[in-house]
Design a protein around this ligand. Structure first.
Ligand SMILES: *[C@@H]1O[C@H](CO)[C@@H](O)[C@H](O)[C@H]1NC(C)=O
Length: 538
């Protein structure tokens, strides 16, 4: 008997039909997309379990009856339920429905009751995740670790071609390689609406970034609304009402970030990069001189006036209370000395201080005063590498951010040799467009590939992706950032030995990029290919 099967637009003999069936089924099963960034140890099995959104819940197990619920986890359960089951629209609106199915339970336990806290520089993000029949165990030392584990769990769940959900048996032990994994957004060169910042925080959590470095003010505009000095934004912002961040905006960014285990690190860059500050604060910037008379233009903050330090003290006092993070970024980069040099009062100050004609000494003097000011406010300060390069005694400095191109590892080595901590940004300047800015370039970065002791290498606390704002606003931020920033995310989280191959990482990153699209993040394509759920253009 010659049975012929009709499938769609073709007729097939029995062997052909079964071959086709295998291809279809196989395709349906091949979509266990890996986890990005790759966990430290991951063992996955071919045993798979079906998941039904209507028979699934997260169960937070309190350590003691006295312990209250955890608002961070409650909020996370809601988010991760939708992320785990992206096309599930619950008729009962999130309420567990009565079904015949035995529920799949994700049991979460956290050692420390730190639910009310703000993430700290040394917070543990370690977690263990074990997925087996009908249940998963997620255990962590802190609630921040639990958040990382929930993210991983959501990435383990996949759908077959018929839309059914599955998760394979899996064992994971995971922790970050570096404690500081940041993204810098620049809200001075272009104003970024609060919604855009929040969306970026969402995407950051998807690849386990944990620091939002908010380069909030700079030369072009001063959008931070200060209560102490309201003129700074009313005169220095692009628009005094629409292009500012009020205290309530800032608070909502901080609380949104905190719920995702992300710290918000504010940067108030000085003495350079401060043109916009001068609009709302007279006598702050240095008047530049030409042929002995003021030319009408202004340079960096004037380091020769006591009033400058009184102003900075009051501003940083406010900023320190608005931003709860233990770190503050003081900038200190790219100071143009020509205006200082032209000003006779600054020159006289130089003579009095015995700085000769060395303006790097003047800048070091200025920054030392600001650093001391902020350390009295219990903040650890970060400065751009320029300050380190200028200071002979690095005494008040603690964290240096290396940003210059060229031999950046040489610089990293110099900084750690001086016993200071380093954040590496040089290889991750993502604001430039163009085909040469291939993701692999951000992936093949080896932050510890310099000669140094174990102790010195520990001083490299992490790295940061910088998205400067000259050519970036809310229209193109997301595709310019993702998925290229994800390359840096994996470099900063995962074991280098397991993630050294670009070829191996590529399909996993392509899958992850599709996952980002599914989650509403308009990540740009890496190369030729397709996603099961394409971006629909709305
Ligand atoms: C998950 O299970 C399926 C079906 O048993 C198998 O085809 C697939 O390779 C497994 N995935 C992983 C990552 O082990």
């Amino acid at each position: 008997m010659n049975v012929v099967y009709e499938v769609c637009c073709g007729r097939f003999t029995r062997p052909q039909f079964f071959l086709l069936l295998i291809i279809i089924l196989d395709h349906g099963l091949d979509s266990v997309e890996g986890v990005w960034p790759l966990p430290q140890t991951l063992t996955s099995f071919t045993e798979r379990y079906p998941l039904k959104p209507q028979a699934f819940y997260f169960d937070y197990r309190r350590q003691s009856a006295a312990q209250h619920g955890c608002s961070i986890l409650d909020a996370a359960f809601k988010r991760y339920f939708s992320l785990t089951f992206p096309d599930y629209i619950s008729a009962a609106n999130g309420v567990l429905q009565i079904t015949e199915d035995r529920p799949f339970i994700v049991k979460i336990s956290v050692d420390r009751n730190d639910c009310e806290n703000y993430p700290r520089e040394d917070s543990s993000e370690k977690y263990n995740l074990s997925v087996s029949a009908e249940k998963a165990y997620l255990s962590a030392e802190t609630v921040w670790g639990a958040l990382r584990g929930l993210e991983t769990f959501s990435q383990l769940v996949y759908q077959d071609d018929f839309g059914s959900y599955f998760v394979n048996k899996t064992e994971i032990e995971d922790f970050p390689r570096f404690q500081f994994r940041g993204i810098l957004l620049d809200t001075s060169r272009h104003y970024l609406p609060v919604q855009t910042i929040l969306k970026t925080l969402d995407a950051m959590a998807y690849s386990k970034f944990n620091v939002f470095h908010w380069h909030i003010v700079d030369d072009p505009s001063f959008p931070y609304q200060s209560c102490t000095f309201p003129d700074l934004s009313s005169k220095g912002a692009f628009h005094p009402m629409t292009h500012i961040y009020t205290h309530s905006d800032v608070r909502s960014v901080i609380s949104y970030a905190r719920l995702r285990g992300i710290r918000v690190l504010p940067e108030f860059d000085s003495p350079g990069h401060t043109k916009s500050w001068g609009k709302g604060q007279s006598n702050l910037l240095t008047p530049c001189y030409r042929r002995g008379i003021p030319s009408g233009t202004f340079g960096p903050v004037n380091p020769a006036l006591p009033s400058t330090y009184q102003f900075m003290e009051r501003l940083f006092k406010e900023v320190s209370s608005v931003f709860p993070d233990s770190y503050i970024h003081l900038g200190g980069d790219e100071v143009d000395f020509s205006c200082w040099r032209s000003n006779p009062y600054v020159q006289a100050f130089m003579q009095r201080m015995g700085f000769g004609a060395d303006f790097t000494k003047l800048e070091a003097f200025y920054i030392e005063k600001i650093v001391n000011m902020t350390s009295l406010l219990n903040k650890t300060s970060i400065v751009w590498q320029d300050i380190f390069d200028y200071s002979e005694r690095h005494r008040p400095l603690s964290v240096v951010e290396v940003w210059k191109q060229g031999c950046y590892l040489c610089e990293v080595r110099r900084v750690v040799k001086a016993g200071l901590r380093v954040i590496l940004a040089s290889p991750w300047y993502l604001d430039q467009p163009g085909p040469t800015h291939n993701w692999a370039r951000y992936y093949t970065v080896w932050p510890l590939a310099f000669k140094g002791t174990e102790e010195q290498k520990k001083l490299v606390i992490g790295g940061e992706v910088c998205m400067w704002g000259e050519y970036v606003d809310a229209t193109n931020l997301t595709p310019r950032l993702w998925p290229r920033a994800n390359a840096a995310a994996e470099r900063l989280w995962s074991d280098e030995r397991q993630t050294s191959s670009v070829d191996k990482a590529f399909p996993r990153l392509q899958d992850f990029r599709c996952k980002l699209l599914r989650r509403g993040i308009q990540a740009e394509p890496l190369y030729v290919g397709h996603c099961k759920h394409e971006y629909q253009g709305v």
